[in-house]
Design a protein around this ligand. Structure first.
Ligand SMILES: *Cc1c(COP(=O)(O)O)cnc(C)c1O
Length: 360
């Protein structure tokens, strides 16, 4: 069997033990003589999987009882629409911080449903740092404040939350959920596409405070949080295989020691890679403010396009895959999600050091 080191941004690496367990159970799930993909979403064996996945997520994130956990489809991008449709109800106004490509897209969609205030943006500096924030920026009445917690494409992250007072905070955590401890009660809504830190593509998780459900009436059923909440995410057929795979990933994470344990590992991985970048004479990190650096998405470059391209090509040949940066950011990006091991990061650093020696 050949397995490469996979630094893909999403869909991304999954733990090998998870894939192996899925393979083992693929043709006969739990002795039922069918795969988990072939059984009814309303059957007892599948309901047990969905319940287990929710229970694990609740334990891992210490989700308070007054929050619902919803399993949806449509990716994080569908939440760019569902969030304003469901939450813009009173002032019909919301704050969006423009900190990256996905942040910008989410603001653009919200404009379809109400007024969008953009108190701060780092677009003019190519999103290479987070904009400076003050509490005064959020002084207008608004239904919520939206942040993209980890800016996947550019490699910045909110290590400190904006001071939004008593306003509802909504966060896109697609590329960082379960990578570090978060206090769920700081948020009204947390959402994440599964394909980065939770499992395969096709599933989106929404964690939402109960009083924020059902604020707007007459929404299309499939775009109404209340419909998912009322039907335990089974108003229609949920993405059963993706939920099953997430359950296995969550089991893997719990066995590892949960979020505090993976956070220590993630910090070590990021610290090692950034330390190398800061000492390198060939490579440099793209994020300009060290305090904004992401521990999940590490962006870097040699500053020379042709050399960057050659680096990615040679890395690929050496089994270090998917290091090319996003097309709008250029350079390189190592996505070092939960399932990317310390060994993978050490292999990357060793390869970069070698490449540096040969090209300086
Ligand atoms: C990947 C990503 C998205 C897009 O997710 P889809 O599931 O493809 O819609 C949105 N936001 C962030 C922060 C992401 O990393």
């Amino acid at each position: 069997m050949k397995r490469v080191y996979n630094f893909a941004a999403g869909p991304a690496a999954l733990p090998l033990s998870v894939l192996e367990k899925a393979k083992e159970e693929l043709t006969d799930f739990g002795g039922c003589g069918m795969s988990v993909m072939e059984i009814s979403h309303r059957s007892a064996p599948f309901q047990a999987v969905a319940d287990d996945a929710e229970a694990r997520l609740r334990r891992l994130l210490a989700i308070p009882d007054n929050y619902k956990v919803l399993f949806l489809q449509g990716g994080a991008s569908m939440q760019f629409d569902m969030l304003p449709m469901n939450l813009m109800h009173d002032t019909k106004r919301a704050y969006y911080l423009n900190t990256g490509n996905f942040a910008k897209k989410s603001a653009k969609e919200a404009k379809l449903f109400g007024e969008v205030l953009i108190p701060a943006s780092s677009e003019e500096i190519g999103y290479t740092a987070l904009p400076a924030l003050t509490a005064e920026m959020f002084s207008e009445p608004a239904d919520y404040v939206h942040i993209t917690y980890n800016n996947t494409i550019f490699g910045t992250t909110f290590h400190k939350l904006p001071e939004v007072g008593d306003k509802v905070l909504a966060a896109d955590m697609t590329s960082c959920i379960l990578s570090e401890p978060v206090n769920v009660s700081d948020y009204g809504v947390i959402y994440a596409g599964a394909q980065k830190n939770l499992g395969p593509a096709g599933l989106t998780v929404v964690i939402i405070r109960e009083d924020l459900i059902g604020l707007n009436e007459n929404l299309p059923a499939m775009l109404d949080y209340a419909v998912y909440a009322k039907n335990n995410s089974m108003y229609n057929t949920p993405p059963t295989f993706a939920i099953y795979m997430m359950d296995l990933v969550l089991e893997w994470l719990e066995d590892l020691g949960g979020v505090p344990a993976i956070y220590e590992i993630n910090k070590r991985k990021a610290a090692a890679l950034y330390a190398y970048l800061d000492s390198s004479k060939l490579f440099r990190g793209i994020v300009t403010k060290k305090e904004d650096r992401s521990i999940m998405s590490v962006t870097f470059t040699t500053g020379d396009k042709a050399l960057d391209t050659r680096f990615c090509k040679e890395a690929e040949a050496a089994g270090l895959c998917n290091l090319k940066g996003h097309r709008v950011a250029g350079g390189m990006r190592a996505s070092i999600y939960n399932a990317v091991s310390e060994e993978a990061v050490q292999a990357l650093i060793a390869f970069m050091a070698d490449f540096e020696k040969n090209n300086i």
